[in-house]
Ligand binder design. Structure first.
Ligand SMILES: NC(=O)c1ccc[n+]([C@@H]2O[C@H](COP(=O)([O-])OP(=O)(O)OC[C@H]3O[C@@H](n4cnc5c(N)ncnc54)[C@H](OP(=O)(O)O)[C@@H]3O)[C@@H](O)[C@H]2O)c1
Length: 353
């Protein structure tokens, strides 16, 4: 089968389309999926480049792709309700989605939303489960236990995580005032891509200062997808405001849970960095600051909800760029854009069927 690989830790320009053996079902709960589409997340290109090598060892050739949408072609004896021919989507714990076939556990699988293509479905798993769980966590930390009517700030309107989080914040969590940031070329496209009324205030982050545009101490929840959490502490409501970040640094304990190979020294270093963040958060009287990793044990349930909201028209994934796997130039361009963290709109999807 074909697979998108790097032969060693490398930047996207070294990507290759390799020929590998079709993977075999290992556990009774596993399924073999014929991949129709795979989306690329920043973590794929970071892992390929060796940016996480302190925390985990990857084997080579390393196959990229954390998100899959495809059709089950083989199932283990204990694969639950899933059958051959089912169209499914999933965030893969072990990656390797950018290949003709992938084996994964049925425990993290869900039937794909019927109203959208495999490409659109592949755009959803990681960003939708992450955004949903982060919003649910932020809601649980509010004194009211929800985000209804609350002021929410989610930078990066058309980033992978941001574009989904904004829609969920407004249409599922009923946030009152939803603020975001974008570069000038993207601002005009926000209503068209995310739906009229999803966002109440857009700040052009290239020319405007969020600290001038957002009143100090007025935000109930900041979802930091850019790693700028520290600079947002002054914006949150004292004592109750919540800052959840996907892109600062996990604490040592969080790293160890997500990456069991995390060395002792790295754990200590991460705990020190986290302690510093917590200290800064306390100085601004932030109610809660947390780095966030989603819980894989609830992926399947989350994806069922996501499929439902897609069907109801509450959630629409945005794809800025696609490439077929055989178009290596297009694949490299898409992965390079993801690695740069600039220029992309929504998700980059690789199509295989
Ligand atoms: N902890 C977790 O489990 C987890 C899960 C998912 C993602 N993440 C991390 O979260 C981060 C974001 O992921 P993603 O998939 O959303 O990334 P992404 O889609 O690749 O981010 C690129 C987008 O961000 C925008 N952007 C870049 N800098 C910006 C800034 N300063 N202000 C506003 N927008 C800006 C870009 O817009 P312009 O081109 O207009 O600049 C582009 O639209 C990554 O670091 C990723 O590794 C972590």
């Amino acid at each position: 089968m074909r697979a998108l690989t790097v032969p060693f830790h490398a930047t996207p320009d070294k990507l290759e389309v390799s020929t590998l053996a079709v993977p075999s079902i290992f556990a009774a709960t596993d399924v073999l999926i014929r991949v129709h589409a795979a989306s690329i997340n920043p973590i794929d290109v970071k892992k390929a480049a060796g940016m996480t090598k302190l925390l985990e060892t990857v084997s080579f050739p390393f196959v990229l792709g954390q998100d899959v949408s495809g059709v089950i072609v083989q199932r283990g004896d204990d694969a639950g309700d899933f059958n051959i021919g089912d169209e499914v989507y999933s965030p893969l714990l072990k990656g390797a989605a950018a290949a003709d076939y992938v084996v994964t556990s049925s425990k993290h699988l869900c039937r794909k939303p019927v109203t959208i293509s495999h490409s659109l479905a592949a755009a959803l798993p990681t960003v939708a489960t992450t955004a949903l769980q982060a919003l649910a966590r932020a809601a649980s930390l509010q004194p009211s236990g929800d985000l209804t009517g609350k002021t929410v700030f989610i930078p990066g309107a058309l980033s992978g995580t941001g574009h989904i989080a904004l829609q969920l914040a407004k249409r599922v969590f009923n946030a009152g005032h939803v603020i975001t940031t974008a570069s000038p070329e993207k601002i005009a496209r926000i209503p068209e891509l995310l739906g009229e009324g999803t966002v109440d205030q857009v700040i052009d982050y290239t020319t405007q200062d969020v600290h001038k545009e957002i009143e100090r101490g007025s935000v109930d929840f900041v979802f930091d997808t850019m790693g700028d959490a520290l600079s947002y502490f002054s914006l949150v409501r004292p004592e109750t405001g919540v800052v959840i970040s996907l892109a600062t640094m996990p604490s040592g304990e969080q790293a160890l849970k997500a990456y069991p190979e995390t060395p002792w020294a790295a754990k200590v270093m991460l705990n020190l960095v986290d302690a510093w963040y917590q200290w800064r958060a306390r100085r601004w009287a932030v109610g809660t600051y947390e780095f966030f990793f989603p819980d894989p044990d609830i992926y399947a349930k989350d994806l069922e909800k996501v499929a439902w909201w897609v069907g109801e028209g509450k959630l629409r994934p945005v794809i800025g760029r696609t490439a077929r796997l055989e178009d290596l130039e297009g694949v490299i361009a898409g992965c390079t854009e993801v690695k740069s963290g600039k220029g992309g709109t929504g998700k980059f999807v690789i199509e295989l069927v």
